[in-house]
Design a protein around this ligand. Sequence first.
Ligand code: PA5
Length: 448
Amino acid sequence: MKTLEIDIQHALYFAGQKNYEALEPEAVKAISTIDGKSGPGSDFLGWDTLPSETSQQLLDRINATAERLRAAADYIVVVGIGGSYLGARAVISALSDLFSDQYIPEPNNPKILYAGQNISEDYLASLKKLLSGKKFAIINISKSGTTTEPAIAFRVLRDLLVQQAGADKAKDLIVAITDKEKGALRAMADKEGYETYVIPDNVGGRFSVLTPVGLLPIACAGFDISKLIAGARDMENTTRRPGPSNPAQVYAMMRNALYRDGKKIELLVNYNPRLHYFSEWWKQLFGESEGKENKGIFPASVDFTTDLHSMGQWIQQGERTIFETVLSVKEPADSLRIPGNAENLDGINYLEGKRVDEVNKQAELGTLLAHVDGGVPNIRISVHSLDEYTMGQLIYFFEKACAISGYMLGVNPFNQPGVEDYKKNMFALLGKPGYEAQTQEMKKRLEK
Ligand code: PA5
């Protein structure tokens, strides 16, 4: 088994060994709270045993749907927002050739596109233009089945699909993933006869990537969801019991020790652009789980070395309230060496014959030392390579660590009461039936 490794030596130096070790009882308690389902939000602990409880029957069914859509469409649009799309995008981006979107779709190998994660007219109009005259399918994902962003995108795309494929064929090209009985999407899917998958009641959006929410889009992109689940299952076993070899416990303890020492911002760092969307998924996971009751580490992310040329100054010398968690990948997917050049006008012949990744790795080490010298604690999480198994490990590792960390912080890591506030205002401003009183109040406030 390719194991995930965590190195906290460059963070311990800042937090102090004693302060770190003092948190062990809290971490152990958090793990037993999760295990015993005895803490706040315990109705939403379905993700905890999801890998070991995922049946072969479900995987087979998802693979069959994916094959059907892959054969029928050149483009598959994943419609969803937040937890209903970021996990799929994170895994697909991590496993895909970085320029795969630029290639022309091949038979049985469609391009995966995304919609419903913004309300931009430009975005939807451009997507519509791209899909005009093309063979496409839609996977519409919403746990509540009532979220505005995906509902608008789905309405626009479904109209186009019906126009192009006809009403009957369009039904076969749409799959809905939603609640088993509640919400407008469930009602619509039942009425129209779309194929559907259920998001379990006990799995919240940001913890749902290992349900059909993530698995179907990932299978549609051509990746092996059995290996993804296998990686997650191994990490479920590794993190089940408390102890110093439980990497999720170590990570949760370290970030809480740093937080209590005034490090309020965590930067998730990658050195591989394939991980950009993994950081986006991670930010939602930790941000929505911990940012409440006026508490919580602010989760931010940077793509290095790109952002060393924009954010590097701040990280090196700005306010000392940050720490870094570096996601380090030992082996890139491809191999490329730097060519020599007789004239050496660019002065980089000293790099001749080296792999590009070797330069990247030295940048990573040099940056680690510079930032530690500048007062930025560093946690390093290393994986062997970006494959399905590793992504499964990483997903489960961060989910478990997030739950432990949230309980250590003293919050309910599984709710998100603050997300509703902007929606209420938007609905009132748009005149949604039922919001009449708020509409007047909003308008008055904006007139001032
Ligand atoms: O994690 C969450 O709860 C949110 O990010 C939701 O996933 C997001 O708001 C989408 O909700 P829904 O799946 O109900 O459309």
